[in-house]
Every structure is written in structure tokens, then in C-alpha cells.
Design a protein around this ligand. Structure first.
Ligand SMILES: [Zn+2]
Length: 188
């Protein structure tokens, strides 16, 4: 049996459990932190503890937030007539990075978890609902469903242009194309 140093192996396993980190990379990262850069290790541990403990979801739009309302919802400069519906708060990060959108957001991860009255409340004062979903059969179904639930209100429904390739997650679309897709949105 190979001799193993338990605390080192635990660290390797923790890295290996993260998305996109294979065992080789996990070993490299763990070795770096315990043997080459202790300071970075302590800093990382602190940042993880702080991040995991302090971040929750915005009560209004389900974005990542430190407070009850996220920085977008709390910003008086945002255009509240535009509501962009995304599948994940991660997508808000991508859209904000593109710098092409000044409206507000709403996260709907799964239709099963969608709180209809909460979504209705979020659309108060909204004139355009933009679906920033990557194109797929599943997201088409989501769009139809949400549109029907909001059909009583006089809303314009649009979706980001099909420049975003099918089956690709928004976080993997480069900023320029995401910005263009948002600008060139089309009526649903
Ligand atoms: Zn929010």
C-alpha cells in the first residue's frame, strides 16, 4: 500500500471534487499551497470561508448577494422596465461582464421550483421580458410556459438572438457575442 499523508490527501480530494479539477491538477494545487506558498493557502482558506458564509440569494431576483437585495436590484440607476430572465445567477455574471445590459434580472433555474406569484411581483413596472436562455428544446418549453404565466400583463417578450450556439452555456459564450446576442434580441 502506498503511504499517504492524510491531511494532504484530504486537500487533494477537496480540490478534486471541484468542477473541472482532475486528480493531477488537484495534486499540483495542494502541493503548491502546502509546500510552496503557505500564505496563498491561508488566504484561499479565508476567502472560501468568507465567500461561502456571506453569500446568499437576492430576495427579489435570486441573484447572488451579500445583502437582502443584490447590487443590481439595489442600484437606482437600472432600467426597471426591462427584466432579463436567466437560468442561473452565473449567467448574470456573464451578462454584467458584457456591459450591454442595464435592466434588472430574474433567475428561474427549474420550472418545478418557480414561484409564480413571486415572479409576477418581480414584473411590476416591467415592459419587456428578455429570455437569456441558451437555445434548446428544454429552454423553448420554459419560455412558452413563463410567457403563458405572464400573459395577462401587457409585456413584450423577447429572447437573445440565436448567435448563441445551441447547447452552449452562457458562461462559455464570449462577451462580445453575448453582448451582440442581447442587443439583437428577437420577439418570442
Ligand atoms: Zn436582485
Amino acid at each position: 500500500m502506498k503511504p499517504k499523508i492524510a491531511p494532504f490527501e484530504n486537500l487533494v480530494e477537496a480540490f478534486n471534487a471541484l468542477p473541472g479539477v482532475g486528480r493531477k491538477s488537484a495534486i499540483r494545487l495542494a502541493y503548491h499551497l502546502v509546500m510552496e506558498n503557505n500564505y496563498a493557502g491561508v488566504k484561499l482558506a479565508h476567502a472560501i470561508e468568507e465567500g461561502v458564509g456571506a453569500i446568499r440569494t437576492c430576495t427579489r431576483c435570486h441573484n447572488m448577494s451579500e445583502d437582502e437585495l443584490c447590487t443590481v436590484c439595489a442600484d437606482p440607476g437600472r432600467d426597471r422596465t426591462k427584466l432579463c430572465i436567466v437560468q442561473s445567477a452565473k449567467d448574470i455574471l456573464s451578462i454584467e461582464e458584457s456591459g450591454q445590459y442595464d435592466g434588472i434580472y430574474y433567475v428561474v433555474s427549474r420550472l418545478e421550483d418557480m414561484d409564480e406569484s413571486h415572479l409576477q411581483a418581480a414584473t411590476a413596472g416591467v415592459r419587456e421580458v428578455i429570455f437569456a436562455f441558451p437555445p434548446s428544446i428544454a429552454t423553448d418549453t420554459m419560455i412558452l410556459y413563463i410567457e403563458e404565466k405572464l400573459s395577462h400583463a401587457d409585456l413584450l417578450f423577447t429572447r437573445i438572438a440565436q448567435g448563441v450556439p445551441t447547447g452552449v452555456e452562457l458562461e462559455n459564450v464570449d462577451m462580445l457575442s453575448l453582448g451582440r446576442a442581447l442587443e439583437a434580441r428577437v420577439r418570442v
